[in-house]
Design a protein around this ligand. Structure first.
Ligand code: SF4
Ligand code: SF4
Length: 282
């Protein structure tokens, strides 16, 4: 089973929940889960799970390079590119590497074989064992690189679950392409939110993405400091079960700031998260 933990906005406690759920699953069933930190622009789950990262692999994209001596400026490459990453301007064919998805279509379509491909590094994949024998892997996008999606795609291919192993995807925040790539093959989506107008606004967006992907989803309310009827009404209208409420509490804030999971701070969260997992699977 693959569970994605996401939120419409950053800072809601998504990684705290994901890491705490991993610890709870490791304590309650075998094998311990596989944890993928898919927030490749700012991975931070290692702060909670303390993996020993023993393997590393570079990730790159094949970027087209045009041989102007062969190019007849016919424009076929620009026509086929869905991302406007190659353009023919008069007697010049230009490639914009930061827009290129490395799909290879322009190379395949060029009638003059004027395009070759040069690998360009995007970042790295890393993996190793984390605390409680959790299998941990993450992608790290190089500074200045805009393409998170290929790293997430490669991370999922590289770090496959063992038989019977639950996979947890710690998603990037927001609702853009990297989030969709993370959620794409999930079986269930946990949406972490907070009881504020801003939290509700972004939950609406995230729930819409879940609906578009046809993903069953449930909600975890973090920093719960009492009733916030608009949030409960939205969840009821959308048929989103509220699976867990995490209290707005100084001890939790201090513990998380020190890199502790919910289970470290309040051990009873191990049972609460395990019960939530069973509720999801049932
Ligand atoms: S398809 Fe090939 S020949 Fe035509 S413009 Fe592009 S690079 Fe040049
Ligand atoms: S490899 Fe694909 S995305 Fe990149 S320029 Fe060619 S057609 Fe466009």
């Amino acid at each position: 089973m693959k569970i994605a933990i996401a939120s419409g906005k950053g800072g809601t406690g998504k990684t705290t929940v994901a890491a705490s759920l991993a610890i709870s699953l490791a304590a309650n069933q075998s094998p311990p889960p596989l944890f993928l930190d898919c927030d490749v622009e700012a991975p931070n789950a290692h702060l909670f799970l303390h993996p020993a990262l023993t393997e590393q692999r570079e990730v790159g994209l094949p970027i087209p390079v045009v041989d102007e001596a062969k190019c007849t400026h016919c424009g076929k490459c620009a026509e086929v590119c869905q991302y406007h990453a190659i353009a023919v301007l008069g007697k010049k064919t230009l490639v914009f590497p930061e827009l290129c998805h490395g799909c290879g279509s322009c190379t395949a379509m060029c009638p003059e074989s004027a395009i070759s491909e040069v690998p360009e590094r995007l970042g790295v994949l890393e993996r190793g064992a984390a605390m409680a024998n959790i299998a941990f892997a993450r992608g790290v996008l190089d500074v200045g690189q805009p393409m998170a999606v290929p790293i997430i795609r490669q991370l999922k291919k590289w770090a496959q679950p063992a038989l019977g192993q639950v996979t947890l995807y710690d998603s990037p925040p927001g609702t853009s392409c990297p989030v969709v790539e993370t959620l794409r093959d999930s079986d269930y989506l946990l949406l972490v939110t907070e009881p504020t107008p801003f939290g509700l606004h972004d939950l609406r967006l995230a729930a819409h993405v879940a609906g578009e992907l046809g993903l069953p989803a449930g909600v975890i309310i973090n920093r719960d400091n009492g009733p916030y009827p608009p949030l409960d009404e939205f969840c009821a209208q959308q048929g989103l079960p509220v699976l867990l409420r995490i209290p707005f509490e100084r001890a939790i804030a201090e513990g998380v700031a020190q890199g502790k999971t919910l289970v470290d701070i309040h051990p009873e969260f191990s049972t609460a998260l395990w019960n939530m997992f069973r509720q999801i699977t049932e």
